[in-house]
Structure formats: C-alpha cells, structure tokens
Design a protein around this ligand. Structure first.
Ligand code: 7PM
Length: 273
C-alpha cells in the first residue's frame, strides 16, 4: 500500500508517523507573527529528524467549546506555514481543515494531503478535494465538535462507524473522488465514550475491509484520562500503548505529538515482524 501525489510516494508497508503541528494562537507563546512562524518551522525540523513522514498542519481547534474560526483567519494561520515548509523541507504536508477554500489554497501552497475530521461534508469540500487531486483522510465523528462529547451513543460502535465509511466512500467516489486516494480514520474521541474508544482499538483491524490506508489518532486523548486519571502531559505511555495496538492491527499512519517515542515503538514492532 502507498500514498501518491505527483512525484511523491509514501510507502505504507510499514506504519508511518504523522506529526501534529497546531498553528492556533493558543499553541505557541505569542511572540508575534515571525516568531510564531519560526517556532512552527523549528518544530517541523525536529519532528522530521525524529522520524515523522507527514506534518499535519491545523489552524482550527476541534476541541469541544473551541471558538469557531473564520475562513480568512484559518488561511492566515496555515498558508504561510505551508509555503515555508514546502520551501525548506522535503516531506508530506497535510492540511487539517474542513473548509473548501482552505483545502484548495493549502494544496496550491504546497500541501499534498487533506485531513478532514468532517469527512468532506462541509459545503464545497468534496468538490475542492476532487479538484485538489491529493489523498484525503476521512474521519468519523458523531455530532459536532462543540457537543459531540455530551452523550455519545451507539447500538454497535464498530458496525456504525463501518456503515458510515461504506456510505461516505460510496458517495464521494460516486461524485468523482478516486477510491485509492481515501484514507480511513475511525476518529478516536470524536463523539465516543471511553468504552467506544477502547472497542475501536480492540477491533481496529476490522477497518481494513475497505482495502484502504488506515489512520489512527490517539495521541494524548482524554480516553487515557478517563481510564487512568492523567493530565495531558502524563499521557505518553498510554498513547504509545494505543499506537502499538493499532499499528499491530494494520494502522498505516499514526497521528501523534510525540514523534521520537512513537518512532521507537514502531521500530520495535517492525523488528519483531
Ligand atoms: C481537542 C480535541 C484538541 C481534539 C485536539 C483534538 C484527529 C484529527 C484531531 C484524529 C484525524 C487531537 C484532536 N484528532 N485528525 N484531528 N484523526 N485524522 O487530539 O484522531 O489532536 S484534533
């Protein structure tokens, strides 16, 4: 299995790391515009040195109760960072957005992967992704970010998330999206209780039924707080355990904050295969 965009390929026969780069104002101590760009680029350099293959740039927080971000705000945050990464580094650049115009402009600026937690369901997003002609990660979410953790409910979480993908993939491919460009992500923590999240880990392998690349994003999520009562900065060991369980069941891309530690875990898995 591999990802392809123009001259770039990413071999997914062993799992690859997607490093998270938040460019929301709360993610860097504010020393002004240039300082922020500089901090972001240092962070990218470090993540690539630590073993990341993809950098995921997000300018909208999907945290519950996070303020909504305007299209222009999001563009102002992500486009300069994407342009600089493209200029200075040789890596996959992922744009974490749900907005059609941000997708289009990010790809024009150098992004080669779209990561959409709303699975191309916002106005214009599907068309923008088809026109952009890049791989697209489609994530499952129950509800909306603002309210998704209020009372998540499923009869059978695995079946319902699988059903969602079956329908969503059919719809998007019917509209003209290349099947081979889709990446499937069950969306840990997005409208799921702790039990739902651990079921998704346990049965992660079932998502390989589409024959598409799988992405797992568990890094520092609150499911580990629910299980172990840990603050965000105490969740490394549990996040690594979750990453390993998913990688062992066929996850092709692991989305993380802690790149070096995850790279070590994946090396152990690879050495033992
Ligand atoms: C608050 C709540 C802050 C949730 C940050 C988050 C995923 C993603 C995110 C994921 C894909 C986080 C999340 N999570 N994209 N974006 N998969 N594809 O913990 O699991 O990073 S944001």
């Amino acid at each position: 299995m591999q990802l392809q965009h123009l001259e770039r390929t990413l071999d997914l026969t062993s799992p690859k790391i997607m490093g998270i780069l938040n460019v929301t104002p709360d993610s860097f101590s504010d020393g002004g515009q240039y300082n922020r760009l500089d901090s972001a680029l240092s962070r990218v350099q470090q993540m690539l040195a630590d073993g990341a293959s993809i950098i995921d740039i997000g300018g909208e927080s999907t945290r519950p109760n996070a303020p909504l971000v305007s299209e222009q705000q999001e563009l102002d945050r992500v486009i300069p960072v994407i342009e600089q990464i493209k200029q200075r580094f040789d890596c996959w650049i992922s744009i974490d957005t749900s907005k059609a115009r941000v997708m289009s402009e990010a790809v024009t600026g150098g992004a080669n992967l779209i990561n959409d937690v709303r699975a191309l369901q916002q106005p214009g997003a599907l068309t923008a992704a088809i026109d952009a002609n890049v791989p697209v990660c489609m994530m499952h979410m129950q509800g909306q970010p603002q309210t998704m953790q209020t009372a998540p409910a499923y009869v059978d979480v695995i079946e319902e998330v699988l059903d969602f993908f079956e329908q969503r993939i059919n719809h998007c491919v019917g509209a003209g999206l290349d099947y081979e460009k889709i990446i499937v992500d069950p969306g840990f923590g997005f409208g799921k209780t702790m039990q739902h999240n651990f079921s998704l880990i346990k049965y992660f392998k079932r998502f390989d039924q589409f024959g598409l690349p799988l992405l797992a994003g568990l890094s520092r999520k609150s499911m580990f707080d629910d299980l172990l009562s840990l603050t965000v900065d105490q969740r490394l060991a549990s996040s690594l355990a979750g990453a390993l369980l998913c990688a062992q069941q066929g996850a092709n891309i692991i989305r993380v904050h802690d790149v070096k530690a995850t790279a070590d875990v994946l090396s152990v898995l690879k050495a033992a295969q």
